[in-house]
Design a binder for this molecule. Structure first.
Ligand code: HT7
Ligand code: ZN
Length: 845
C-alpha cells in the first residue's frame, strides 16, 4: 500500500465554489446526485483533474452539461476538464445497508447516518476529499422517513424531503446526513450577541429521558466558550444525534454532531458518574470543534493535532472549570502515562505531527490527542495566561476560514509573545517521552540540583535534539515543612542545567514538575523519606498525589518481584490523608486508587525485568488486603461518612463522595466478605453504586448472584449490558478470563459488528492483563481470531483494538514468541485491510 508523506504536500489543483447534493435514500441503492462548481486553484501547479471515490457505482457524469467518461483509478477517477471554472455533475449509487465499516453513509438499526472523517466522504460521492478544499454545501434529502437532517440551516421541508444550506465553507470530512424515525429533546440558547439557536438531541423513541444531561452540557459548553475564548456559535441550529453503531466517541460535523449512543445517552439508573463526566466532556469537545476544527480546519491530515490537541486542551479546561481542577489534572496525567507514555515507548511511537502514514485512521491516537493537548498546556505556561489568550485571539482573527498548519499555530504565539519558539516546534516532530535525570548534592549549606534531559530513540528516529521543557519547581524547608519562596518555572533548553541555592542548614526537599507542567518522565531517584515528606507537606495537589502514587507503585513493584511489601510509615501516611476531611473526597479517591497492573508491568520492565502478569495481579491483591487490614479501624466509619443522601446528582461534589466511598468499599469487602457490597448492590438507586458494588463482589469472587441479577434487570438495555459484559471479564480471576470472554462471544446478543459490544469484550479482556497474558497464549489467540474476523467488516475498529499487542516486547521470550505467532498469523491473512496491515507491520517492528 501507498505511504503518504507530509513533505509531499501540494495545494489542490482545483477549488470548489459550491456543492449541491441530492440524496434519494434507499437501504440497498441510495442515489447521490452531485452538482459541484470547480475553479482552477491559482496556487497550484497541477494540471489534471482528479476526484476521490471509493466503492461507488458511477451512473453518469457530466461536465458543463456534456456527458463525460472518466477513467477509473485506484482511489477515484481522472477526467479531462476545462482550463477555467466548470460544473461537475455526477450520479452515483451506494449501498448503506452493506456498510459495516461505518465510514461513509451507513444504516444503524434502521437509521441512516454518516461518518466522513477522515476519508469517508469519498464513499458517498466523487469529490476532492481533502481538508484544504472547503465549500458551502446545499443538501436535499428525499425519503419517507420522518426526520431528515444535514448540516447548517433548514431551508425547506416538504412532503418526503428536506433541504439544508450550510453557508460556512467546510471540508468534506465535516459533511453529515441523518435520517430515521427519531424524536428530539430540545431547548434554545441565546448567544452573547442575542441570537437564538435551536438545540436538539435526536434519539430513538424510548430514549428521550436520557437526553437531558447532554443537552445541558451543550448549553454549558456554549456559554463557556463565549466566556473564556470569546467564541460565539454561528448557525441557527445545533443538532446532536445518538447512533448505536459508531467507531469512535463522536463527530463534530458542522451543526450536526453525531454521537456514539454511549457518549450521549445517560440517566442515573443506567449510567455511572464517570459516564456523566465523560459525556459532559465529549459534548463540550465536539462543540468546541466548531471553532477549533471547523471554522479553522487542518490543511492536511498530518496537522490533525492542530484541531485535536487544541480541542482536547479546551475540553480539559472546561472540565476543570465545571468540576475540580486538581482532580482533573491528575486524571489527565493518569491517562497520559497509562496510554500515551506506553505508545511513545513502543513500536507505535510517532510524533504529535506524524511525517508519514499508510492509513490516516491509524493516527487518531493518544499521542495526537492527549500529548497534543499537553503541548498546548506547555505553551500556555511558557507565555503566561494573558499572552495565551492574546495568541488565541490572533489565531481566530488571522485564520478564520483557513485550512491551517502547526507553523501557523506556533507563529501566533511567537507574534503574541515576541519570542522565538523554534525549539518548541521539536515537540511536534520528535517522538518519544523525554526523560529527566535528577541528581542532588548538598555540601556546606549549598544545594545543587542537576537536571539532564534526553529523548529516547523511537522507530525511524534517533539522535534527538534537546527540547524546550517548562518545569515548575519548588524547594521545601525540611524542618518547617514550608516552601522556600515562590514556584519557579524552569525552562530547560540545554541537555543539562544546574540549579544552586545556598545557606541551607539541611538539604532542602525538591518538588519538580509540579502540576505535571511537562509530559516527561522524571527519573525519580528521590529517597522514600523525601516522598513521605512531600506526602505530608506538598501544597501542589498534583505532586502530593504523585508522592503517594510513586510510593504505591514502588510497593507494588516490590511485591510483584519478590520484595517486601509496603512499609508501616507509608501506610500510616496514606491513612492520614484518607481521614483528612479538609481534603476533597474526589482527591482522596485518587490517593486510594491503585496504579493499574499495566502500569506496574511497565515499571518492572523499566527496572530491566520482564513482568510476570500473574505476580503483578497477586501483588495488587496483596496490597489491597494489607491496606484493608491497616485501615480497618477507620474504614467502616469513613465509608458510612461518605454516603450521599437524597436524590442522585451527577455533579462533582456528590460524584467525588461516591468515588471515595466505592474505593473504600473495595477494601471493606476484604474484611466483611462482601456484606456491605451486597447491601449496596441491593439498595442502590444509581448505576455508579450498583456497578461499584458488583465490582467489589467480583474482586473477592462473590459476584455470581449479583451478575445474574444485573443481567435480568438490564437485558433490554444495550448500553448497560456492555458494562455487564466488560466488568465480568476484566475482573474475572486470571485463569477464567479468556473462558469468560469466549463464552460471552457465544451469546445471542453478542453483536460483534457493533463496536461498543466488540470493545466491551476485547477491552474487558485486555484490561485483565493476567488473563490476557495467560501463559498458554489463549488470550492472544482469542484476540487475534476476533481481529481477523472483524477486519473483514470494520477495519478501523479492528486496527484500533490491535494496539493491545503493542507492549509485547515487555514480556518474557516465551510470551513474545506466542504473540509474534499471532501477529504473523494476522499478517498472513488473505485480504487483510490496509488499516490492520499497517498496525501489524508496525507492531511487529
Ligand atoms: N474528529 C473526530 C475524529 C474521528 C472520528 C469520529 C467518529 C468516527 C470515526 C472517526 N474518525 C475520526 C472525533 C473527535 O476528535 O472529536
Ligand atoms: Zn476531536
Amino acid at each position: 500500500p501507498q505511504r503518504i508523506h507530509l513533505a509531499d504536500y501540494r495545494p489542490p489543483s482545483h477549488l470548489v465554489e459550491d456543492v449541491h447534493l441530492t440524496f434519494q435514500l434507499d437501504p440497498k441503492a441510495t442515489r447521490v446526485t452531485s452538482r459541484i462548481r470547480f475553479k482552477p486553484n491559482p496556487d497550484s501547479e497541477e494540471t489534471g483533474f482528479r476526484l476521490h471515490g471509493e466503492g461507488l457505482t458511477l451512473i453518469s457524469a457530466k461536465i458543463d452539461g456534456t456527458r463525460v467518461d472518466p477513467e477509473m483509478v485506484e482511489d477515484g477517477l481522472v477526467v479531462a476538464a476545462p482550463n477555467d471554472a466548470f460544473t461537475w455533475e455526477a450520479v452515483v449509487e451506494i449501498n448503506p445497508e452493506d456498510n459495516k465499516a461505518l465510514e461513509g453513509l451507513y444504516l444503524s438499526n434502521g437509521m441512516y447516518c454518516t461518518q466522513c472523517e477522515a476519508q469517508g466522504f469519498r464513499r458517498i460521492t466523487y469529490y476532492p476529499d481533502r481538508p484544504d478544499v472547503m465549500a458551502p454545501f446545499t443538501v436535499r434529502i428525499e425519503s419517507d422517513l420522518p426526520v431528515l437532517l444535514s448540516n447548517g440551516n433548514l431551508k425547506e421541508r416538504g412532503e418526503g424531503f428536506t433541504e439544508w444550506h450550510d453557508p460556512w465553507p467546510k471540508p468534506a470530512y465535516l459533511f453529515a446526513l441523518v435520517a430515521g424515525e427519531l424524536v428530539d429533546v430540545h431547548d434554545t440558547f441565546i448567544t452573547k450577541s442575542g441570537r437564538e439557536v435551536q438545540l436538539a438531541v435526536w434519539v430513538r423513541k424510548g430514549d428521550e429521558h436520557k437526553c437531558g444531561w447532554a443537552l445541558n452540557s451543550l448549553k454549558k459548553s456554549m456559554k463557556w466558550d463565549e466566556d473564556i475564548y470569546g467564541r460565539e456559535y454561528d448557525l441557527d441550529i445545533f443538532n446532536i444525534v445518538a447512533v448505536d453503531d459508531f467507531n469512535m466517541g463522536a463527530m463534530e460535523n458542522k451543526g450536526l454532531n453525531i454521537f456514539n449512543a454511549s457518549a450521549v445517552l445517560c440517566s442515573p439508573e443506567t449510567s455511572t458518574d464517570a459516564d456523566f463526566e465523560r459525556i459532559e466532556a465529549i459534548v463540550a469537545h465536539e462543540y468546541f470543534h466548531n471553532w477549533t476544527g471547523n471554522r479553522i480546519t487542518c490543511r492536511d491530515w498530518f496537522q490533525l493535532c492542530l484541531k485535536e490537541g487544541l480541542t482536547v486542551f479546551r475540553d480539559q479546561q472546561f472540565t476543570a472549570d465545571m468540576r475540580s481542577a486538581p482532580v482533573k489534572r491528575i486524571e489527565d496525567a493518569i491517562l497520559l502515562r497509562a496510554r500515551q507514555f506506553r505508545e511513545d515507548a513502543g513500536p507505535l511511537a510517532h510524533p504529535v505531527r506524524p511525517e508519514s502514514f499508510v492509513e490516516i485512521n491509524n493516527f487518531y491516537t493518544v499521542t495526537v490527542y492527549e500529548k497534543g493537548a499537553e503541548l498546548i498546556g506547555m505553551l500556555k505556561r511558557i507565555v503566561g495566561d494573558e499572552t495565551y489568550y492574546k495568541a488565541l485571539d490572533l489565531y481566530f482573527e488571522r485564520h478564520d476560514g483557513d485550512a491551517a498548519t502547526i507553523e501557523d499555530w506556533i507563529k501566533v504565539f511567537e507574534d503574541a509573545a515576541d519570542r522565538d519558539l523554534s525549539q518548541f516546534m521539536l515537540w511536534y516532530s520528535q517522538a518519544g517521552t523525554p526523560k529527566i535525570t535528577v541528581t542532588e548534592t548538598f555540601e556546606e549549606g549549598t544545594h545543587t540540583l542537576v537536571l539532564e534531559q534526553s529523548v529516547p530513540d523511537t522507530p525511524g528516529q534517533a539522535d534527538k535534539k534537546p527540547m524546550h521543557i517548562p518545569l515548575l519547581f519548588a524547594l521545601f524547608d525540611p524542618d518547617t515543612g514550608q516552601q522556600f519562596g515562590e514556584d519557579v518555572l524552569l525552562e530547560l533548553t540545554e541537555p543539562r542545567i544546574e540549579i544552586r541555592t545556598r545557606g541551607h542548614d539541611r538539604k532542602p526537599v525538591v518538588s519538580l514538575n509540579r502540576d505535571f507542567s511537562a509530559p516527561v518522565i522524571i527519573d525519580d531517584t528521590s529517597r522514600t523519606d523525601d516522598r513521605l515528606f512531600l506526602l505530608a507537606n506538598e501544597t501542589d495537589s498534583f505532586n502530593r498525589w504523585e508522592a503517594a502514587r510513586s510510593l504505591t507503585r514502588d510497593a507494588l513493584t516490590a511485591l510483584a518481584t519478590g520484595g517486601l511489601g509496603p512499609g508501616e510509615e507509608y501506610l500510616d501516611a496514606l491513612n492520614g490523608l484518607l481521614v483528612d476531611d479538609s481534603l476533597d473526597p474526589a482527591y482522596r479517591a485518587l490517593i486510594l486508587r491503585q496504579p493499574s497492573e499495566e502500569e506496574i508491568a511497565q515499571a518492572i520492565f523499566d527496572y530491566g525485568r520482564h513482568p510476570e502478569p500473574l505476580s503483578v495481579n497477586r501483588a495488587a491483591d496483596t496490597l489491597r488486603a494489607r491496606m484493608a487490614a491497616h485501615f480497618e479501624p477507620d474504614l467502616p466509619r469513613l465509608f458510612r461518612g461518605m454516603q450521599v443522601h437524597g436524590a442522585y446528582s451527577p455533579e462533582a461534589a456528590d460524584a467525588g463522595r461516591r468515588a471515595f466511598a466505592n474505593g473504600l468499599l473495595t477494601l471493606l469487602s476484604r474484611l466483611d466478605g462482601g456484606t456491605a457490597a451486597r447491601a449496596q448492590f441491593d439498595q442502590a438507586d444509581n448505576m455508579t453504586n450498583r456497578l461499584a458494588a458488583l465490582g467489589s463482589l467480583l474482586q473477592i469472587d462473590e459476584g455470581a448472584e449479583a451478575l445474574a441479577r444485573f443481567e435480568s434487570d438490564w437485558k433490554h438495555d444495550r448500553l448497560v449490558m456492555n458494562k455487564w459484559y466488560a466488568i465480568q471479564i476484566s475482573l474475572a480471576p486470571p485463569e477464567a478470563a479468556v473462558g469468560t470472554a469466549r463464552a460471552l462471544t457465544e451469546r445471542e446478543d453478542f453483536d460483534w459488528t457493533n463496536p461498543n459490544r466488540f470493545r466491551a469484550v476485547m477491552g474487558g479482556l485486555v484490561s485483565n492483563p493476567a488473563g490476557f497474558h495467560d501463559a498458554t497464549g489463549a488470550g492472544y489467540e482469542f484476540l487475534a481470531d476476533w481481529l481477523i474476523r472483524l477486519d473483514e467488516k470494520n477495519p478501523q475498529t479492528a486496527a484500533r483494538t490491535s494496539t493491545a499487542f503493542e507492549t509485547w516486547k515487555r514480556y518474557d521470550p516465551k510470551r513474545q514468541d506466542l504473540i509474534k505467532a499471532q501477529l504473523d498469523r494476522i499478517l498472513g491473512t488473505e485480504g487483510l485491510s490496509r488499516d490492520l496491515t499497517e498496525m501489524m507491520t508496525r507492531i511487529r517492528g
